[in-house]
Design a protein around this ligand. Sequence first.
Ligand code: 7TS
Length: 411
Amino acid sequence: MPTVTSLDVSAIRKEFPILAQQMHGKPLVYLDNAATSQKPKCVIEALTRFYLMDNANIHRGVHELSERATQSYEAARGKVQRFLNAAKEQEIIFVRGATEGINLVAQTYGRTHVGAGDEVVISALEHHSNIVPWQMLCEEKSAVLRVIPINDRGEVEFDQFEKLLNRRTKLVAVSHVSNALGTINPVRKIINTAHGWNVPVLIDGAQAVSHMRVDVRNLDCDFYVFSGHKVFGPTGIGVLYGKEKLLEGMPPWQGGGDMIRSVTFEKTIYNDLPYKFEAGTPNIAGVIGLGAAIDYLDHIGMDAISAYEDDLLEYGTRALENISGLRLIGTAREKAGVLSFVIDGVHPHDAGTILDLEGIAVRTGHHCAQPVMDRFGVSSTTRASLAFYNTREDIDALVAGIQKVKEVFTV
Ligand code: 7TS
């Protein structure tokens, strides 16, 4: 198998000081990127610089510091717009993360468009944060949640999706990439088909943006959400993209400062997009840090990252397939970033604990996707999840760690 050499991974790793550590006396092998990604120095420096030199509240001060903070904050909105290829900056709403973005859409668009007997369609691959907000909405409105089933590889059954759509369908919400299995969903096809019924589509991109170029105009999705911390940015910041026309028609979610144009006790006039949805002092430093992460990714190139990771995932898949007694959970033909597995006779939690002693960080559990676990008849898996700073050596260390796990459990 040829190695993709377009990324200088050893130079890249120097940008992530956290990786150059030992855990339990072993070099850290960080394979928990689906939970959260590590931050390059430039992101950490952007946060530090903001607090050292530029800290002020935004959109309100006449003084220079506030002006500077506002400019950096709004410049980051432009970076996100270009990163997603959105048509306008006003279509980028800063939120706390993917979870908050989905809840915002459920509580505004959902509450105004979904009524008794209407239907919301999700897939069987969803993270709890793309299930529970829709369940809450459906319960409140006496609407029905419909679920696209998945096959034994962990791929959505597209023909079943087509059958679920009808004139009561008011929204489709699906992940771009599954966090538990790594399946890349055929979102373009899903969006086209839903649009055939005039049904808008929300894409949960939490696990996609760090692995591939995302173009919301090309996808033609109506809403797209992601979290900054999974794309090498800070925690506590995320993005909701929405088509301007839809966002314009939605009521605000939270009320407070910055989201109004004028307030009297009789009537409040709401602010324009995007501020209508950004009540209160936002996570200014987080936004600026996210902007720095996007600059960094632009510099490396999402296409180079995708190609490198595809090769690494292929290498990892082959390596794990060759381990007897190990079963990969999630073998979709289109996958990104995730190797989820179970080992005969070993509880995933025990596997994770032994791997940790070898310096290998993985996640074990249901990955906030319990219905996926149920579908595969397991209560949990061990999940290794990749980023572009991972290497074949990391995979080799994982394989050696798994052998150790097996030794411990066969004695
Ligand atoms: N959607 C998907 C597909 C996710 O993987 C996650 C987090 C979320 C939404 C929620 O993101 P948040 O930043 O708002 O919490 N997934 C994981 C995971 O797989 N392990 O830890 C968090």
